[in-house]
Design a protein around this ligand. Structure first.
Ligand SMILES: Cc1cc2nc3c(=O)[nH]c(=O)nc-3n(C[C@H](O)[C@H](O)[C@H](O)COP(=O)(O)O)c2cc1C
Length: 328
């Protein structure tokens, strides 16, 4: 019998993933001069495409060149040349694979050495003990900063579509800017973007709506969120369910569940609040529970290396199995 891993999945936008395996986003730090894709990235994605996963999600592409997680990062904004991005999409798609670009703004998770503008919902700096000084000191975003940020996500998504990508994934996990808005530990705002989870998720919802308004209905719009931050007092599974329920009302094609941040690297299998994760398929217990409220397909990523584990993930009601390290 053929493994269910190799069955196709039709997404709400009408696109079909040829199978249930996805390469999760991994920041490559391989950009050419000018923060654009070049031969090294093209070769990498051609190899990954040949590997045969139904979906390739690029490493995070920055929506603002003033906020970078690394010097080899890719930036796509409204001024970017399309040609290098078109070449990247072509290289990744040559084996009938769906290819989505992950869009990100790191917010406060920026090394001080990178310089630039360190934005966050509030001026709460990263606490990594003696390593905290390595990160920039954030300033609280103004209403105008928020509007510009939303526009940047929409501009980058449109450029991704024009370049030939099949979709985008909005990065709202791992303690980056949108995730900073979602978490009560980093979002201390008193305006409509802070306080209740309804307010803390407002930025994400506005980003999704702005992106959807720019791209064709057949273009996939996905979101990566934490199932929990794994920090005491942080974003938790109940918050995640509220966010998923709100996204049910929008045209979201896939939600990837992950977890953690720089302060609590659950996505690497270790937590700051002492909770234990499964040895493989780290977030499966959380994902199973959260998936119950979702009407869109759900993907979970973290710790999967073996076919039997991937099959177990699908058997628990998850639609797509994400893999990072195993494919690198
Ligand atoms: C080198 C590396 C870079 C990563 N970069 C990103 C990224 O750009 N965006 C993202 O959402 N996750 C990123 N991740 C996290 C992965 O997508 C994934 O959630 C995590 O590695 C757990 O899955 P795994 O155990 O299969 O590797 C990265 C992981 C690694 C190992």
């Amino acid at each position: 019998m053929t493994s269910p891993v190799f069955s196709p999945l039709v997404l709400p936008c009408g696109a079909t993933l040829p199978n249930r395996l996805a390469k999760a986003a991994m920041e490559e730090n391989m950009a050419d001069i000018g923060q654009v894709p070049g031969p090294t990235l093209l070769r990498l994605y051609k190899n990954w495409a040949e590997g045969g996963t139904g979906l390739l999600i690029t490493g995070n592409v920055m929506v603002d060149g003033r906020a970078m997680t690394g010097s080899g990062g890719v930036v796509l904004d409204k001024h970017s040349e399309i040609a290098p991005f078109r070449a990247w999409a072509n290289a990744a798609k040559h084996n009938n694979t769906q290819v989505w670009m992950q869009l990100n703004h790191p917010g406060r998770q920026v090394y001080a050495a990178m310089g630039g503008d360190v934005l966050s919902p509030s001026d709460v700096a990263i606490d990594l003990g003696k390593h905290s000084h390595l990160f920039g000191k954030p300033r609280a975003m103004t209403q105008q900063d928020i509007e510009q940020l939303i526009q940047r996500f929409a501009d980058s998504a449109l450029k991704a579509e024009q370049s030939g990508f099949d979709g985008v994934q909005i990065h709202a996990a791992h303690g980056y800017l949108i995730s900073q808005f979602l978490s009560p530990l980093t979002n201390k705002r008193k305006d409509k973007y802070g306080g209740s989870i309804k307010n803390r998720m407002r930025l994400l919802i506005e980003v999704i709506k702005a992106v959807r308004a720019q791209v064709a209905p057949t273009f996939a719009v996905a979101v990566k969120i934490n199932s929990a931050d794994f920090q005491r007092g942080g974003f938790d599974a109940d918050d995640a369910k509220v966010v998923i329920s709100a996204m049910n009302e929008l045209a979201v094609d896939l939600v990837e569940l992950s977890g953690g941040s720089y302060e609590s690297p659950a996505m690497q299998g270790s937590t700051a609040d002492g909770r234990t994760l499964q040895r493989e398929a780290y977030f499966l217990d959380f994902a199973k529970e959260i998936a119950q409220v979702a009407t869109m397909p759900i993907m979970t990523t973290g710790g999967v290396r073996r076919l039997a584990v991937a099959e177990d993930v699908l058997a628990q009601g998850i639609d797509v199995v994400g893999m990072g390290t195993a494919l690198a």
